[in-house]
Design a protein around this ligand. Sequence first.
Ligand SMILES: N[C@@H](CCC(=O)N[C@@H](CS)C(=O)NCC(=O)O)C(=O)O
Length: 224
Amino acid sequence: MKENGLTLYTYGWVPEFARAFVRDFRIRWLLEEIGRDYRIAAFPVLEKSPAHLAIQPFGQVPVLRDGDLVLFESGAIALHLAEATDLMPEGRRAEVTQWVLAALNTVELASGGWMNMVLAARMPEAFGPASTPEAQEFARQLMRQRLDALESILAVRDWLLGDFTVADIVMVDVLRFVAAEGALGDHPALTGYVARATARPAFGRAMEDHMAHWDGSDAEQAAG
Ligand SMILES: N[C@@H](CCC(=O)N[C@@H](CS)C(=O)NCC(=O)O)C(=O)O
């Protein structure tokens, strides 16, 4: 039977510290920006179900179902949804793709490595063992190098390609993790960039829905 519409898969529940940062959020934000309706479906987070692994081989989220097409990797999903919208300006697909990949494969690779060490130091029982101080400093310096490079770019323009595109959604969502840890403080252009993007009404609507999802899962658990 043909499937219609958009379904975004996330988890049914995540611990408090992860809320607001689960990567389904960047797709919710994008969907709000382009005004597309979608439904949410949820997988268990701890035990990876066969149904989950069948559509995301690494057992991660997000996953998008668009009719008969099923996609994983937030960057691939974002590029797919942005096609033929204002978030992908005509004639600039290659540059937009370049910046989406830079966000994920250059910035998030470094910030994610650093973040894992921060979490391991904070919650060794869940993320440990904690790395040595030297390894933590190395990860921080690598991330800093990436942030410094981005800082000089965003010091002279509001958005990565001049106009707001899907690349800004992905990049800002990556930087939000860093900002929330207080590690953007000495990067005023990046701080302004994140503030500008997160003040967009679509961001606010998406965050409200994202957080309501976790509230709903808490309520369900409390009801037994
Ligand atoms: N490169 C993937 C990363 C996805 C990812 O790390 N998702 C997290 C949630 S934010 C996850 O499912 N983590 C659980 C796991 O890796 O088992 C993407 O961008 O979609």
